[in-house]
Write a protein that binds this ligand. Structure first.
Ligand code: MD6
Ligand code: FE
Length: 221
């Protein structure tokens, strides 16, 4: 028994992405775990409906979003930020599902829990431009993502610029941007329809766990 398990998670061998600190674990969640997590996300979306944010420049995202956790990432004409309530309902975000906290515990290498989880929902031709995740206070915490549903083409490159490469992220795959890759540029070129049967109407869900605010009690080191 060499598998490393926590809460029934088996951590498969990581993929070499060629970018130190960008780690992909293909198939970390098996089919049943994906179904259970999807149920959790459906409950999140019932409490905090998906909405379509706009960029500070006023352009609508093709992705719909919501959040769970004490804080949620939002974008509007005033800019990008983390806030404790849904921008349309003004209700607090629902809690982060426990299985996501277990995955973070197992893989993040960071001792404080995540305080924000962004839920991205891609339908049809939705995509996400190349960006850096830099609205968080503490870049020593990684950003960890879980993919569900149709496979995406994830593009990435070093923070400083230069060439990019792509990797496919399938349902149940987990990846992390950490250390030297924490500020890597990355985006979603496209979602390949028909590649998963998890979502009855197709599409893709991506969950990104973050630490938006540095832990105040010094437990992060
Ligand atoms: C997505 N992911 O997979 C978009 N950010 O839909 C991200 O923007 C992302 O996967 C930081 C770390 C991991 C990610
Ligand atoms: Fe990102």
């Amino acid at each position: 028994m060499s598998e490393d398990t926590v809460s029934n998670l088996i951590v498969p061998p990581a993929l070499n992405t060629g970018l130190e600190g960008f780690v992909v674990w293909p198939g970390l969640l098996d089919a049943n775990q994906q179904i259970a997590l999807l149920d959790d996300i459906r409950a999140v979306v019932r409490a905090a409906p998906l909405y379509r944010p706009v960029t500070p420049g006023g352009k609508a995202f093709s992705v719909r979003m919501t959040n769970c956790g004490p804080l949620g990432w939002v974008s509007d004409r005033k800019g990008y930020r983390y806030q404790p309530a849904h921008p349309e309902t003004n209700e607090p975000w629902p809690p982060i599902p426990p299985v996501l906290l277990s995955i973070w515990n197992e893989l993040s290498g960071y001792s404080a829990p995540p305080d924000a989880c962004l839920v991205n929902f891609y339908e049809d031709t939705a995509k996400m431009g190349l960006h850096q995740d830099k609205d968080e206070a503490d870049f020593t915490a990684p950003v960890l993502s879980v993919s569900l549903g149709d496979t995406a083409v994830f593009r990435y490159g070093a923070a400083e610029g230069g060439p990019t490469r792509s990797v496919r992220l399938a349902s149940g795959d987990v990846c992390i941007l950490s250390g030297p890759a924490r500020l890597a540029r990355h985006g979603i070129d496209r979602v390949i329809s028909g590649t998963s049967r998890l979502l009855p109407s197709g599409g893709r869900i991506n969950l990104t766990l973050r630490r938006a605010v540095a832990p105040s009690d010094g437990t992060s080191t």
